[in-house]
Design a binder for this molecule. Structure first.
Ligand code: SIN
Length: 278
């Protein structure tokens, strides 16, 4: 049986059937899965059985893995984050629309997330195409954004001043030695494999435009944050234990919905190293 790709929406997202991602993929299967990722930006595999070693091996088929700069990791493998939402948690990892880890010079190419446990209802993740966000801007706005640079850092989501620890199970670095990680990226980036342009600013990490203050930058950034996640650019993944998702972090934002009520949710994640946005 060959690989079957079923789109979730016309713009973004597909379910991929006919491949066991717990095993190394042969060249033909990898090419089909890679093509599906480039075409649909996020892909979902159902009913997969992956331990952390297999999750790392899956990620490594797309490139080397990174160790997250500020999220504490409670397992034996530094590259794997166990994202846990315990009953009583007020906040969860990734509850704002964001691209992952854009506070570093080379943000991840992809995230790979494997579902261990999820409520019977709730705990879904939303994804938004930043290609469509860019492509639907007016010509005037596109011309204005061309060549603009944004300054990103992790001061909103890590460190003692962020106030993140205490409201959720996953802790971030808040020790005295913590220093913000900071990077500059183009506001519009070109995908190195598809050649398509996408918006590349997000509320978790983008602080301001280069050469402008936060106050001066805020009106335009707020417009872009709102525009970037219009419903018609999004798809929604309803998790089941064994669901495994790969998203292309170069052209997708995502958000974990904080609606688990009294239930647990546990996901295991690795991140594939990316290159410098241009
Ligand atoms: C993340 O932001 O990478 C976590 C997403 C999720 O748990 O659904």
């Amino acid at each position: 049986m060959g690989i079957e790709v079923r789109p979730l929406t016309p713009q973004i997202g597909a379910e991929v059937f006919g491949v066991d991602v717990a095993k190394p993929m042969g060249n033909a299967d990898f090419d089909a899965v890679h093509r599906a990722l480039l075409d649909h930006s996020i892909i979902v595999f159902r009913e997969q059985k992956l331990d952390d070693a297999q999750l790392m091996a899956l990620g490594r088929q797309f490139g080397p893995l990174i160790v997250h700069p500020f999220l504490h990791n409670d397992g034996p493998n530094p590259e794997v984050i166990h994202i846990k939402r315990e009953p009583g948690d007020k906040a969860i990892v990734g509850q704002e629309w964001h691209s992952d880890t854009t506070c570093i010079d080379t943000p991840p190419l992809a995230g790979v997330l494997h579902c261990i446990e999820t409520p019977k209802a709730g705990g879904d993740t939303l994804f938004a195409s930043q290609y469509r966000a860019y492509e639907t801007l007016s010509d005037g706005m596109k011309a204005m954004l061309e060549g603009m640079i944004a300054v990103h850092n992790d001061s909103r989501v890590a460190g003692p001043q962020s106030g993140v620890n205490g409201s959720r199970t996953n802790r971030v670095r808040d020790d005295a030695a913590w220093k913000p990680s900071s990077a500059e990226h183009p506001v519009v980036r070109t995908h190195p494999e598809t050649g398509r342009k996408g918006l590349f600013v997000n509320i978790s990490y983008t602080r301001h435009f280069k050469g402008m203050t936060e106050e001066e930058s805020a009106p335009l950034l707020n417009f872009l944050y709102k525009h970037a996640v219009r419903p018609e650019f999004t798809c929604r993944v309803q998790w089941r234990p064994g669901s495994t998702v790969i998203w292309d972090n170069r052209c997708v934002k995502h958000l974990a919905i904080n609606d688990c009520g009294p239930h647990r949710r546990e996901m295991h994640r690795v991140q594939v190293a990316g290159d410098r946005p241009y």
